[in-house]
Design a protein around this ligand. Structure first.
Ligand SMILES: [Zn+2]
Length: 244
């Protein structure tokens, strides 16, 4: 981990083009067969808006700041130009993590607000964090993918109460767990050609341990206030460790 500036980790063998490890699929990107850099000479308003929203997210969002600190602490410092790309995506895809090149893709044609950008960057950084800290076998072990999707849905705010109310799911008992499970299953189905039953089994097999793994937050950050507390605690934890 330390000494791996691109934190490629256990990626696919050189020259081998594998499907993206992402919560969504990028058919055009796959067809082009190339990783794109963060700053292409694109002057579209979507691209400029995406870059500006990304910058604000990286500088101000407590979820993201905590994840960036945690990755740096684990030897996987994130570089905006190297590790993020604003691109047009098909369908209603918001973003994805391309593990083969350690790059987060942000769908500039579909991310329309700062709040949406915050959530997408947080979600994808949780995948990047898992990629950094663990030898995740994204491509062949669906349980590994399931675990990271459970964590991303649980910790990113994807299933926060406000989001759920917008989806008219309020009032359901254990709505948070239900939302996390449902979203993890949908995310797997978006990138793996497997049956719903297989995806459900993978999520259920790992759910308890992965739902209760709150690293690096130390808690489920249900809103920005929780995230700020988690960020403060993480900084204090760092301080404590550096004193022993
Ligand atoms: Zn995901």
């Amino acid at each position: 981990m330390a000494g791996a500036p691109d934190w490629r980790g256990p990626g696919p063998a050189a020259g081998e083009r594998r499907p993206h490890v992402a919560c969504q699929a990028f058919p055009e990107r796959l067809a082009q067969g190339k990783p794109q850099q963060g700053f292409l000479p694109s002057f579209s308003s979507n691209n400029q808006s995406c870059q500006l929203m990304l910058l604000k997210t990286l500088q101000t969002n407590p979820y993201v700041k905590l994840l960036l600190d945690a990755m740096k602490h684990s030897g996987c410092a994130v570089n905006r130009e190297r590790h993020f790309a604003c691109e047009d995506c098909s369908g209603n895809v918001s973003g994805g993590f391309d593990a083969s090149v350690s790059q987060i893709v942000l769908c500039q044609n579909n991310i329309r607000s700062q709040a949406h950008m915050n959530r997408v960057v947080t979600h994808e950084l949780i995948h990047a964090f898992d990629h950094c800290r663990a030898h995740v076998d994204w491509f062949t072990n669906v349980r590994h993918l399931a675990c990271s999707e459970v964590r991303a849905a649980n910790l990113s705010g994807d299933c926060s109460l406000v989001n759920e109310i917008f989806r008219l799911h309020f009032g359901l008992k254990q709505h948070h767990q239900t939302c996390v499970r449902d979203r993890a299953i949908l995310s797997i189905l978006a990138v793996r050609n497997i049956s719903k039953e297989v995806a459900e089994k993978a999520v259920d097999d790992v759910f308890e341990s992965c739902f209760n793994d709150h690293e690096p937050f130390g808690r489920i950050p249900h809103n920005k206030t929780y995230a700020k507390y988690a960020y403060r605690d993480f900084q204090n934890r760092d301080r404590y460790y550096s004193n022993i």
